[in-house]
Design a protein around this ligand. Sequence first.
Ligand code: NAP
Ligand code: MG
Length: 503
Amino acid sequence: MTSRPIPASKTEWHALAASHAYETRMFIDGALCDAAAGGRYDSVNPATGQVIAAMAAGTAEDVDRAVKAARRAFREGVWSRLPPRARMDVLLRFADLIGAHAAEFALLDSVEMGKTVSGMLGFDVPSAVANIRFAAEAIDKIEGAVTNTDPGALHYVLRQPLGVVGLIVPWNYPMLMACWKLGPALAMGNSVVLKPAQQTGMSAVLLARLFAEAGGPAGVFSVVNGSGSDAGQALARHMDVDKIGFTGSVPVGGLMMRYAGESNLKHVTTECGGKSPQIILADCDLDRAVENAVHGIYSNQGEVCAAGSRIMVERSIHDEFLQRFIDRTAALYQPGDPLDPATSMGPMVDGRQHRTVCSYIAKGREEGAHLAMGGGAPEGLEDGLYISPTLFTEARNDMTIAAHEIFGPVGVVLPIRDMEHGLELANSSIFGLGASVWTRDLGRAHRFARDVESGMVWVNTYFDRDATAPWGGVKQSGNGRDKCLEALHQYSQTKSVWIHLGG
Ligand code: NAP
Ligand code: MG
């Protein structure tokens, strides 16, 4: 497939969006195809409300065909038993092709989800490429073991792929969430069936086509679009799927475990939501703290699993922090046309998410928090799904807005006495995905990192990460780890081989 140059202006992006031939088919067993039952659903651009295309809506029948192809490919060994460096070559080519198609990925995830093209080019695409490369380069560094057993025996432990892996991902970072899981799953030699979120099915199909172009054999990576309750459930309940790698909400993560229990006890790893605390202490570098706190809650419209949505500020700096935070937000985040490279914030993904976020804003007011900023649509964009950066202050930890994941541009400020108070509030959550502390006191920072119940901790920064850093949560934020070497382990299993030496 030929790639396109990156459009240089808003006008060029709109020209590309208007002329692009949107692929509506799925990709199963090495070929584009429509759903067996012929179903379709509309993909809608949340920035305009217009239907982009009628996408193929896969059902259990399509899932079953994809799983059969995946199993066939796995058993034949066309991928699973390739020499590791041959798999590495394909995956490195795959990463290169993703990078070369940055414009198409940015276009597809932007028009389907409302994500800004600047965010796609600055973060999602490069991070996807880096994560596929990391997994590819790790292929021949994963080792088995020989254990120290009886001298009359040789016992070794093989690390092998699981077989057929189903990946179910959300809409907030469509191609990136898929790549975080595709990298380790494919690197270890598994076959994969990917079910993207309904709102954002197009970039998944482009990924599968590029994997094939890179030399990935038919059946090894299929995409079945369709609804969660139909195609998603069929995949998670399938008797011949060995693992589900899931990213999404807590309730659906729970369903994954239930479906596994009610079907074939497949492995399940979950990456779910969060209500991540940012703890700003009086001795911090306030400029840096403000800047990062703003990005922590408003980047990607707040539709980020690890959004730093609970902002806890030590009382003595509370008012100064607030003023600076509001000023910096006005300078950094104003909603607008996501296809304009100057825009830093797009609309909510769909009407449902827009209503959810608005109802939380109403709830915050009702419960008596002070609306210090935002709270509605920006001027001139009242008809769309846009929500201005919103901040509640004078909130209490027991308010709904301080406890629930809102998944939109809504921050909640909680005044705290000191770090211990912040830690207590931080750990009172059902979630535990990300957490940050801002202080110049090294001992205090380490104590926070040790004691906070969270999968990831940032000290004097927020969101910093690379492919080596495990990504995942504790408590109801999930039990899986994406990226990092541990992810490769989670897409493989050990086999114990005991040899009687005789003599
Ligand atoms: P979601 O509703 O849980 O959906 C996630 C995926 O599961 C979608 O593909 C969805 O398909 C599918 N699904 C829904 N019901 C299903 C069922 N009964 N059986 C099988 N699959 C089903 O989450 P979302 O609204 O797309 O995304 C937002 C959530 O994702 C937030 O809670 C956010 O925190 C979380 N998230 C977590 C991370 C992380 O790394 N921890 C990263 C990003 C997002 P449909 O499209 O049909 O609903
Ligand atoms: Mg959903």
